[in-house]
Design a protein around this ligand. Structure first.
Ligand SMILES: Nc1ncnc2c1ncn2[C@@H]1O[C@H](COP(=O)(O)OP(=O)(O)OP(=O)(O)O)[C@@H](O)[C@H]1O
Length: 251
């Protein structure tokens, strides 16, 4: 489904190379996790996939179901079914959470040539999904993420993901700053979305999220490359050995 080949990326302003040849394939129905030391390029990879400005792709390719992702604008990527839950969700003062969700859903439906979702259908869906994530009606009425606690912002990201039902979900450190109960809710939200035609790329530092979201494949990124790939046991190895020992065993 998602195929990344030899991806090299530099920062536009400084010309510093961050990604140094990333190869990664995420199949439909699979959950891939990426772990790795601070500064190894994990967030950069997610930003480049989402189409954020400021990065220059100097080599390699990214395709989603055979379509060249790098040629698409950020909103076209979303319409193609990519969703990114950010490490630092943005606040949108003056934009109501419900209005935002409905507008985003309808923009995607329009791009796919589908009819807009009706108000009653939308309300039913958002209430149901918000309830599962312990997001109350008052939070749905507030401006997007404004004054939300860190954990509330992360749960709100998962609500967006649940409403948009993307083909490829990318979660960038969605577990950071979550208390144990909130992490469970986030993990349950992700697990509820698992399906044979949906793929996940989960960036995380902690094994504990992966205890709840059982990944099919775990990758270790170091210095802008995927240096090791394995099953869930690789995440456990990181927990006990740390990255330095794994990097040594790879070198
Ligand atoms: N806009 C920027 N300006 C300067 N340096 C940057 C910028 N964006 C990324 N970098 C650098 O690129 C490297 C990779 O950063 P990135 O955020 O992708 O790492 P990460 O693996 O996600 O780290 P962490 O685990 O700490 O979140 C770091 O050294 C970072 O300082």
């Amino acid at each position: 489904m998602l195929e990344i080949k030899g991806l090299r990326v530099t920062l536009e302003e400084e010309g510093k190379e961050i990604l140094k040849g990333v190869d990664l394939t995420v199949e439909a129905g699979k959950v891939h996790a990426i772990m790795g030391p601070n500064g190894s390029g994990k967030s950069t990879l997610s930003y480049v996939l989402a189409g954020r400005d400021g990065y220059e792709v100097t080599a390699g390719s990214v395709t989603l179901d055979g379509e060249d992702v790098l040629e698409l604008e950020a909103e076209e990527r979303a319409a193609a079914g990519m969703f990114l839950a950010f490490q630092y969700p943005v606040e949108l003062p003056g934009v109501g959470n419900m209005t935002f969700l409905r507008t985003a859903m309808n923009a995607q439906r329009k791009a796919r040539g589908e009819d807009e979702i009706s108000a009653p259908e939308f309300l039913k869906m958002v209430r149901e999904k918000a309830k599962a994530l312990n997001i109350d009606n008052e939070m749905l009425k507030r401006s997007v993420n404004v004054g939300f606690s860190g954990g509330e912002k992360k749960r709100n990201e998962i609500l967006q993901m649940a409403m948009l039902e993307p083909r490829l979900c990318i979660l960038d450190e969605t577990d950071s700053g979550l208390d144990v109960d909130a992490m469970r809710l986030v993990a349950d939200g992700v697990n509820a979305l698992r399906s044979p035609d949906r793929g996940f790329l989960v960036i995380t530092h902690y094994q504990r999220l992966l205890d709840h979201i059982r990944p099919d494949v775990v990758h270790i990124m170091a210095d802008g490359r995927i240096v090791e790939t394995g099953g869930p046991e690789l995440a456990l190895r990181v927990e006990t050995e740390g990255y330095a020992d794994i990097a040594k065993s790879v070198a």
